[in-house]
Design a protein around this ligand. Structure first.
Ligand SMILES: CC1=C(CCC(=O)O)c2cc3nc(cc4[nH]c(cc5[nH]c(cc1n2)c(C)c5CCC(=O)O)c(CCC(=O)O)c4C)C(CCC(=O)O)=C3C
Ligand SMILES: [Fe+2]
Length: 342
């Protein structure tokens, strides 16, 4: 299969205060997320002037990928389209068609399997192509990369760097807390062809980072940024509840590593750098948040390697033992059933 373009796929975020509510309505349309939750999340965005950092992070990543491709002889033009805010994927796909692109490789800014993090990007692609209609390029998605060294190593270095900011005399009572976006329990149960894939991959990534960065310390995998109606179960514990339990157990310091994410977008800079940090301060816990990969050159090189796996048959780099595949089974990761009222 010959490909003639690279496509960065991401979530999108507001870049102006007037964008915030329309963006949130795009994200939650038909999802049964209560109005109070939207108002609350809008305030998080307003705290940063109504600007999410995620779009600029995508521009930076795209520029880094273009430079890496150019420096390594990968002659693919690079495009970028989002699920929830401009540049919207359908507009990008229309541009690709106008430019004569026939077949593109998509890289989504999410390492893991599951509906929101993987399958929904496939849906975004097919909806965008349907909207563009005849002449829309074929688009496939690159594989999940939760255990690729280009993802694991930047997280590992970041955990080590965060640990170095804490008091070494309290290392024996320090703990590494890995965190990822919570999802509805039903979505977690149906992630991947045999279920549980989102949690299993996160567990594997956390174990790999822990083993390389701080094997002497205890660690946990917990969840953040819960959405949805309160009566619908989501993955628990929430990081804030977990910090309270750790403090009661005598833990004095925590390194918080957002392994669920590839960049320091709003879920990281609000939910961790404001909320969880404040929780830790209230509990008297030392707190250091580890960076996400962002534009780490190893992460950027990983994106090229994922492309070359498809175009040149370059062998797969992987540190874990969970299976990977290029294209998921069609019936994998069904969209969650939504509450009929909203
Ligand atoms: C698994 C997962 C990832 C990680 C994988 C990936 O990265 O793709 C992720 C990332 C992100 N989530 C983000 C923002 C939001 N997520 C929401 C709501 C939801 N997330 C969900 C899941 C995930 N979300 C789910 C199941 C919902 C409920 C609604 C639904 O069923 O779809 C809402 C609605 C309001 C609320 O929080 O309730 C917002 C604003 C941003 C952008 C941050 C920025 O602007 O910088 C990013 C990168
Ligand atoms: Fe989300």
């Amino acid at each position: 299969m010959a490909y003639d373009a690279f496509l960065l796929l991401s979530f999108g975020g507001p870049e102006h205060p007037d964008d915030v509510m329309p963006f949130l309505r795009n994200v939650t349309r038909g999802r049964g997320v209560p109005e109070e939750r939207l108002t609350e999340v809008a305030e998080h965005y307003m705290h940063f002037g109504g600007v999410s950092p995620i779009n600029q992070q995508c521009r930076d990543l795209l520029a880094a990928v273009q430079a890496d491709f150019a420096g390594n002889g990968v002659a693919l033009p690079a495009y970028w389209g989002n699920r929830n805010w401009g540049p919207m994927l359908a507009d990008t796909v229309a541009q690709m068609r106008d430019d004569g692109v026939t077949s593109a490789l998509g890289f989504a800014t999410s390492a893991y399997g599951g509906y929101s993090s993987c399958k929904q990007y496939w849906e975004d692609i097919s909806q965008a192509r349907a909207k563009v209609g005849p002449g829309a390029p074929a688009i496939t998605k690159l594989r999940q990369f939760h255990d690729h060294p280009g993802f694991v190593q930047p997280h590992t270095d970041a955990v080590a760097a965060a640990l170095a900011k804490l008091d070494p005399s309290r290392r024996e009572s320090t703990r590494v807390v890995f965190t990822a976006h919570s999802i509805p329990s039903s979505m977690a149960a149906t992630a991947g062809p045999t279920g549980g894939r989102y949690e299993a991959q996160l567990h594997e990534t956390a174990a790999l980072v822990h083993a390389a960065a701080a094997p002497d310390l205890p660690w946990d995998l917990v969840w953040q940024s819960r959405s949805g109606p309160p009566q619908v179960p989501w993955l628990e514990p929430d990081i804030n509840d977990h910090l309270r339990i750790l403090a009661e157990k005598g833990v004095t310091d925590v390194v918080v590593s957002p392994i669920g994410f590839v960049s320091d977008h709003l879920e990281v800079i609000w939910d961790l750098d404001n909320e969880a940090k404040e929780t830790a301060a209230d509990l008297g816990l030392g707190y250091a948040r580890a960076d996400t990969p962002g534009t780490d050159p190893r992460f950027v090189a990983m994106i090229r390697e994922l492309v070359l796996e498809r175009t040149e048959g370059v062998s797969r780099e992987k540190l874990g033992t969970l299976p990977v595949w290029d294209v998921c089974p069609a019936d994998c990761c069904p969209p969650p059933r939504r509450p009929s009222h909203s």
